[in-house]
Design a protein around this ligand. Structure first.
Ligand SMILES: [Fe+2]
Ligand SMILES: [Fe+2]
Length: 183
Protein backbone atom coordinates (compact mmCIF):
# COMPACT_ATOMS: atom_id res chain seq x y z
CA UNK A 1 0.00 0.00 0.00
CA UNK A 2 1.51 3.34 -0.98
CA UNK A 3 1.72 6.26 1.42
CA UNK A 4 -0.84 8.31 -0.45
CA UNK A 5 -3.46 5.58 -0.14
CA UNK A 6 -2.62 5.10 3.51
CA UNK A 7 -2.98 8.83 4.09
CA UNK A 8 -6.37 8.90 2.36
CA UNK A 9 -7.56 5.99 4.46
CA UNK A 10 -6.34 7.66 7.61
CA UNK A 11 -8.13 10.87 6.58
CA UNK A 12 -11.33 8.91 5.91
CA UNK A 13 -11.06 7.13 9.25
CA UNK A 14 -10.68 10.43 11.09
CA UNK A 15 -13.51 11.97 9.06
CA UNK A 16 -15.84 9.13 10.07
CA UNK A 17 -14.72 9.52 13.65
CA UNK A 18 -15.56 13.21 13.67
CA UNK A 19 -18.65 12.93 11.49
CA UNK A 20 -20.91 14.10 14.29
CA UNK A 21 -18.96 17.36 14.28
CA UNK A 22 -20.31 18.28 10.82
CA UNK A 23 -18.07 20.20 8.42
CA UNK A 24 -15.11 20.37 10.81
CA UNK A 25 -12.57 17.65 10.00
CA UNK A 26 -9.42 16.59 11.81
CA UNK A 27 -7.32 18.24 9.09
CA UNK A 28 -8.89 21.62 9.82
CA UNK A 29 -5.81 23.78 10.30
CA UNK A 30 -7.05 26.90 11.99
CA UNK A 31 -7.66 27.46 15.66
CA UNK A 32 -11.38 26.77 15.49
CA UNK A 33 -12.37 28.66 18.64
CA UNK A 34 -10.37 31.70 17.53
CA UNK A 35 -12.04 31.64 14.11
CA UNK A 36 -15.47 31.40 15.78
CA UNK A 37 -14.60 34.36 18.05
CA UNK A 38 -13.43 36.45 15.11
CA UNK A 39 -16.55 35.52 13.12
CA UNK A 40 -18.74 36.56 16.04
CA UNK A 41 -17.11 39.99 15.87
CA UNK A 42 -17.83 40.11 12.15
CA UNK A 43 -21.42 39.08 12.90
CA UNK A 44 -21.74 41.92 15.44
CA UNK A 45 -20.26 44.35 12.90
CA UNK A 46 -22.79 43.31 10.27
CA UNK A 47 -25.71 43.53 12.72
CA UNK A 48 -24.68 47.03 13.82
CA UNK A 49 -24.44 47.98 10.13
CA UNK A 50 -27.97 46.65 9.52
CA UNK A 51 -29.27 48.77 12.41
CA UNK A 52 -27.38 51.89 11.34
CA UNK A 53 -28.55 51.67 7.72
CA UNK A 54 -32.14 50.98 8.83
CA UNK A 55 -32.04 54.00 11.15
CA UNK A 56 -30.65 56.14 8.32
CA UNK A 57 -33.26 54.80 5.90
CA UNK A 58 -36.14 55.87 8.15
CA UNK A 59 -34.55 59.21 9.09
CA UNK A 60 -33.41 60.30 5.62
CA UNK A 61 -34.94 63.68 4.83
CA UNK A 62 -34.44 66.51 2.41
CA UNK A 63 -34.27 67.14 -1.31
CA UNK A 64 -32.04 64.15 -2.13
CA UNK A 65 -33.58 61.85 0.44
CA UNK A 66 -35.36 59.45 -1.91
CA UNK A 67 -32.35 58.26 -3.84
CA UNK A 68 -30.19 58.17 -0.72
CA UNK A 69 -32.82 56.32 1.35
CA UNK A 70 -33.13 53.70 -1.40
CA UNK A 71 -29.38 53.14 -1.19
CA UNK A 72 -29.51 52.89 2.63
CA UNK A 73 -32.24 50.25 2.41
CA UNK A 74 -30.34 48.22 -0.18
CA UNK A 75 -27.22 48.30 1.98
CA UNK A 76 -29.24 47.29 5.08
CA UNK A 77 -30.48 44.20 3.21
CA UNK A 78 -27.01 43.29 2.00
CA UNK A 79 -25.54 43.65 5.51
CA UNK A 80 -28.29 41.34 6.77
CA UNK A 81 -27.36 38.79 4.11
CA UNK A 82 -23.74 39.05 5.32
CA UNK A 83 -24.84 38.48 8.92
CA UNK A 84 -26.71 35.33 7.80
CA UNK A 85 -23.68 33.98 5.93
CA UNK A 86 -21.42 34.54 8.92
CA UNK A 87 -23.89 33.01 11.41
CA UNK A 88 -24.23 29.95 9.18
CA UNK A 89 -20.45 29.54 8.96
CA UNK A 90 -20.16 29.79 12.76
CA UNK A 91 -22.62 26.90 13.13
CA UNK A 92 -20.67 24.88 10.52
CA UNK A 93 -17.65 25.32 12.78
CA UNK A 94 -19.77 24.02 15.68
CA UNK A 95 -19.89 27.44 17.29
CA UNK A 96 -22.81 29.51 18.48
CA UNK A 97 -23.61 32.72 16.61
CA UNK A 98 -23.85 35.51 19.18
CA UNK A 99 -27.03 37.53 18.56
CA UNK A 100 -27.15 38.85 22.12
CA UNK A 101 -27.97 42.58 21.99
CA UNK A 102 -26.00 42.93 25.24
CA UNK A 103 -22.50 43.96 24.24
CA UNK A 104 -23.32 44.03 20.53
CA UNK A 105 -21.74 47.44 20.09
CA UNK A 106 -18.60 46.39 21.96
CA UNK A 107 -18.19 43.27 19.81
CA UNK A 108 -18.71 45.26 16.60
CA UNK A 109 -15.84 46.86 14.65
CA UNK A 110 -18.20 49.55 13.37
CA UNK A 111 -19.67 52.47 15.28
CA UNK A 112 -23.24 53.55 15.79
CA UNK A 113 -24.07 57.18 16.42
CA UNK A 114 -27.18 58.43 18.21
CA UNK A 115 -26.74 62.05 17.15
CA UNK A 116 -29.23 63.88 14.93
CA UNK A 117 -27.61 63.87 11.54
CA UNK A 118 -28.03 65.53 8.19
CA UNK A 119 -28.17 63.33 5.11
CA UNK A 120 -24.54 64.18 4.43
CA UNK A 121 -23.50 63.26 7.98
CA UNK A 122 -25.31 59.92 7.69
CA UNK A 123 -23.53 59.09 4.45
CA UNK A 124 -20.18 60.07 5.96
CA UNK A 125 -20.78 57.91 9.03
CA UNK A 126 -21.68 54.95 6.80
CA UNK A 127 -18.61 55.53 4.68
CA UNK A 128 -16.38 55.46 7.76
CA UNK A 129 -18.04 52.22 8.93
CA UNK A 130 -17.54 50.64 5.49
CA UNK A 131 -13.87 51.66 5.50
CA UNK A 132 -13.41 50.14 8.96
CA UNK A 133 -15.07 46.91 7.76
CA UNK A 134 -12.88 46.86 4.64
CA UNK A 135 -9.69 47.18 6.67
CA UNK A 136 -10.62 44.65 9.38
CA UNK A 137 -11.99 42.11 6.86
CA UNK A 138 -8.82 42.43 4.74
CA UNK A 139 -6.88 41.73 7.92
CA UNK A 140 -9.00 38.63 8.61
CA UNK A 141 -8.47 37.34 5.05
CA UNK A 142 -4.69 37.64 5.52
CA UNK A 143 -4.90 36.02 8.96
CA UNK A 144 -6.90 33.03 7.68
CA UNK A 145 -4.52 32.50 4.76
CA UNK A 146 -4.75 28.85 3.77
CA UNK A 147 -5.73 27.64 7.22
CA UNK A 148 -9.47 27.85 6.55
CA UNK A 149 -10.12 28.50 2.84
CA UNK A 150 -13.92 28.21 3.17
CA UNK A 151 -14.14 30.97 5.76
CA UNK A 152 -11.57 33.02 3.86
CA UNK A 153 -13.58 32.84 0.62
CA UNK A 154 -16.72 33.89 2.46
CA UNK A 155 -14.98 36.91 3.99
CA UNK A 156 -13.49 37.80 0.58
CA UNK A 157 -17.00 37.79 -0.90
CA UNK A 158 -18.32 40.02 1.88
CA UNK A 159 -15.30 42.30 1.51
CA UNK A 160 -16.08 42.81 -2.20
CA UNK A 161 -19.60 44.01 -1.30
CA UNK A 162 -18.25 46.38 1.37
CA UNK A 163 -15.97 47.89 -1.28
CA UNK A 164 -19.01 48.43 -3.51
CA UNK A 165 -20.85 50.01 -0.59
CA UNK A 166 -18.01 52.43 0.06
CA UNK A 167 -17.98 53.30 -3.64
CA UNK A 168 -21.78 53.85 -3.66
CA UNK A 169 -21.50 56.17 -0.66
CA UNK A 170 -18.65 58.20 -2.14
CA UNK A 171 -20.77 58.68 -5.29
CA UNK A 172 -23.80 59.67 -3.20
CA UNK A 173 -21.75 62.41 -1.54
CA UNK A 174 -20.93 63.83 -4.97
CA UNK A 175 -24.57 63.51 -6.01
CA UNK A 176 -25.86 65.53 -3.07
CA UNK A 177 -23.23 68.19 -3.74
CA UNK A 178 -20.83 67.38 -0.89
CA UNK A 179 -17.11 67.05 -1.34
CA UNK A 180 -16.26 63.33 -1.23
CA UNK A 181 -13.46 63.75 1.28
CA UNK A 182 -13.88 66.99 2.87
CA UNK A 183 -15.54 69.53 5.06
FE1 LIG B 1 -21.54 43.81 5.36
FE1 LIG C 1 -21.33 47.40 3.83
Amino acid sequence: MNTFKADIEEIRRRAREKMDQGAVTATYQADRQKVIDVLNEVLATELVCVLRYKGHYFMAQGIHSQAVAAEFLEHAKEEEAHADLVAKRITELNGKPNFNPNGLHTRSHAEYSDADQSLEEMIREDLVAERVAISTYSEIVRWLGNEDPTTRRMIEGILATEEEHADDLAKLLVRIGAKPDGH
